[in-house]
Design a protein around this ligand. Sequence first.
Ligand SMILES: [Zn+2]
Length: 324
Amino acid sequence: MRQQTILAVDLGGTKVLVGEVDASGTVITHHKTPSNVASQALAAADIERQIAAYLRQPRPDTQICGIAVDLVGRVDSTQGIWNEISPANAKPLALAQRLRARFGLPCVILNDLVAATYAEQRLGIGKTYSDFLYLAIGTGIAGRLVVDGHLLLGRDNDAGELGHMVVDQHSDVRCICGRYGCVEPLASGLGMAHRVQTLASRYEGRTSLKVAATRLPAIADVFAAYDAGDPLAREVVDEALLALANLVMNVVRLTNTKAVRLGGGVTTGGWLAAHLQPLLANDTMRFVTGGVANTTLDPNRIALQGCGLYGFEQLEAKNDAACS
Ligand SMILES: [Zn+2]
C-alpha cells in the first residue's frame, strides 16, 4: 500500500518549499525555489506552477490525499481565502477553491506562522506544555500563542503580529505600521541591518562592519562584530536584545505562558537565545518553567511540517481526503 501524504507548500518571504508530508509530520520530499511575493497574484501563480510541476512526476510509493498551502499574510482558513499579503496590499483571493478546481484535490490554506506553531504544538514543546509562545525572528518578527491547547487566531486572523508591539516609546525608529518603537524594525534581521546602515556614519573609522547604501550587512557578521566589541554592532544589537527581552516579558505578563520557542533565521545557531537570557528578569519569568530556547524542530522545515499536519487533520475532520 502506498504511503498517504499531503502535498504541502510553504510560501515564505524569500523561498517556496514544496514537498510531501506524511501523517506523522515527516517531510518525505522537499524542493526549494525562490519566491515572488511582490503581490498575491504573482505568488499564487507561482504556487500553482510549483504544484503542477510536482504533480507531473508522481512518486510510485506515495498517494497524495490533498494539498495544504501556508502563506505569508492574513489567511482565513475556514473560508479558504487569502485575505492579504501585507496590510497595504489586500486582494482577497479564494485560493483553496482555485487550487482544488485546478488540481482536483481537496485543499486547505493557512498562515505560515500558524503552520510553524502547529508543528511546534504537535511535535515540539506542545507535547509538554499546553501554553507556549512560538516567536519567529527573521526578516520580520511575528509569533503565535497557544493558550490552554488552543492556537489563538483572532477574530480577523490577525492575532500574534508581535512585531508591532511597541517596546520603546521614546524611539525615533518609525515602523512600516506607522508607530515608533515597534520591536520589528529594532530587532528583526532586516531591522538590525537597517539600524547598522543608519548609524554607521557615527562610527566611521571605529567599526569593522562594511556598510554601503546598497548593501545590507549579514546578521552573522553583525553578531561576530558584537562579540569582538565593535561599538556599532554593540549599539544596534544591545538595542535589539533589550527590545526582544521586553517583548518576551510583556507577552509572559499578558498570557502567563509556560514556554517560549524561537524560530527564524536570526535565531540560527543559538547566539540570540544565549544573549537574550541575561536580560529576562527572574521575577517576570518565574512561571516560564519551559524556558526561552530555540525550537528543537528543523527551522527550515517547521512550517512545511505543520502545513502537512494541518492538511491531514482538516481533511480528516471534514472527511474530505482524496485517498480515504
Ligand atoms: Zn509596527
